[in-house]
Design a protein around this ligand. Structure first.
Ligand SMILES: *Cc1c(COP(=O)(O)O)cnc(C)c1O
Length: 372
């Protein structure tokens, strides 16, 4: 008999308490200066993020979703264009394509749950304007293959790296391959703030110039409106918190990779499971494990067993791929994604977990499949 534990999927309170003193210091400092919108703390965070990723420009924006809208607009994507995007993603990867007036073309994911380059190839038409790879679960897509397709067809790449800050492919950071890369600092993201937040990064000066205007009502440095823009700013307070968290980010990623290694060692023998690649499985990939998403046979029964024993799991996107939301009117069939979606489950993966928590979860999973 295992002694029972309660393991939430994500523990916001524990995360706060682990850094309470420093966080309160940052808040007191910013609030006492009355520095809220487009202040020095935002510029500092942007500089820190650009340095971390080795990119020329980084802009704090309101959230990950609107960051993709700005990126597509800057890429000149609009009516008459098609944008290829995986169906196994958050609706927030796809809405921005509609928002700029283009058509999302949903395609299959590969065995690693990420956009399949051969599916992209098969979906190309004369109207294809851009590819929107989503670096899901903290793993960077095969950007070599996607880059070749884009170069051959003259397509733009805009990367949804909302789940992949710090993740790399062939030594290069997610979000730095395409014309622009976008990030989310939603509280449960690996770099999370205390509300909504996002960033857009680019090496392209023209994109940078436009995004900087557009996120602040189209105003230039003198406050003159020089283009149509919107309000899409990252709050200065959130930026200050993010700078603090960015300093501890590499350690947080190291811990996530350690937990992934623990799961992998304990679970890889179970034939009913198909695990994500282990941390050192492939020299091309440096994964940051935003999520630990695997495929499980008898998934719903396994979930119930874990739940009964105090372990909360999650189905990404509520257990549906984008085309499975009927209200959106997609009329496509993606059998591989649909089958995988019926097996996907995410185990707890965050820096508040102790090794004993992981062992408890793995004991329960072993117990579930051994009694069959
Ligand atoms: C979180 C997320 C987003 C959107 O981020 P928000 O900051 O919540 O708008 C976009 N794409 C993916 C894959 C995400 O996980």
């Amino acid at each position: 008999m295992l002694s029972r534990r309660q393991i939430p999927f994500f523990n916001y309170r524990a995360l706060f308490e682990s850094q309470e003193h420093e966080i309160m210091g940052v808040l007191r400092d910013v609030l006492s200066r009355g520095a809220y919108i487009l202040q020095q703390d935002l510029r500092d965070f942007e500089a820190g993020l650009a340095r971390y990723l080795g990119v020329k420009h980084a802009f704090g924006v309101a959230d990950g979703t609107n960051s993709i809208v700005l990126a597509l607009r800057a890429a000149g994507v609009g009516p008459g264009h098609e944008v290829i995007v995986p169906a196994h993603t958050f609706i927030a990867s796809v809405y921005p394509i509609k928002a700029v007036g283009a058509t999302p073309v949903l395609v299959e994911c590969a065995d690693d749950h990420l956009l399949d380059p051969s599916a992209v190839e098969a979906a190309l038409t004369p109207r294809t304007k851009a590819i929107l790879p989503v670096h899901l679960n903290g793993r960077t897509c095969d950007m070599a293959s996607l880059g070749r397709i884009a170069a051959r067809r003259g397509l733009t790449i805009v990367e949804d790296a909302a789940q992949a800050l710090g993740s790399k492919f062939q030594g290069k950071f997610a979000g730095t391959f395409g014309l622009a890369g976008t990030f989310s600092f939603y509280p449960a993201k690996s770099l999370g703030c205390f509300g909504d937040g996002g960033a857009l990064v680019t090496n392209d000066d023209r994109v940078a110039e436009r995004v900087e205007l557009w996120r602040d009502h189209g105003r230039n440095k003198d406050g003159v409106v020089v283009d149509w823009g919107t309000n899409c700013r990252l709050d200065n307070v959130q930026a200050a918190v993010l700078s603090l968290k960015l300093r501890g980010f590499d350690a947080a990623i190291a811990r996530r990779r350690e937990i992934a290694g623990l799961y992998d060692r304990r679970l890889r023998q179970i034939v009913a499971l198909s695990l994500p690649p282990a941390p050192d499985a492939h020299p091309d990939h440096f994964d940051t494990y935003q999520n630990y998403e695997l495929q499980a046979q008898r998934r719903d029964e396994l979930r119930a067993h874990l739940e009964q024993n105090g372990v909360r799991t999650l189905l990404q996107w509520g257990g549906r791929a984008v085309h499975q939301f009927e209200a959106l009117g997609f009329n496509v069939s993606l059998p591989k994604t649909e089958l995988m979606t019926s097996r996907f489950i995410m185990l707890p993966m965050n820096t508040s977990l102790a090794d004993d928590d992981i062992n408890y979860i793995c004991d329960l999973i072993e117990q579930f499949y051994s009694r069959a």
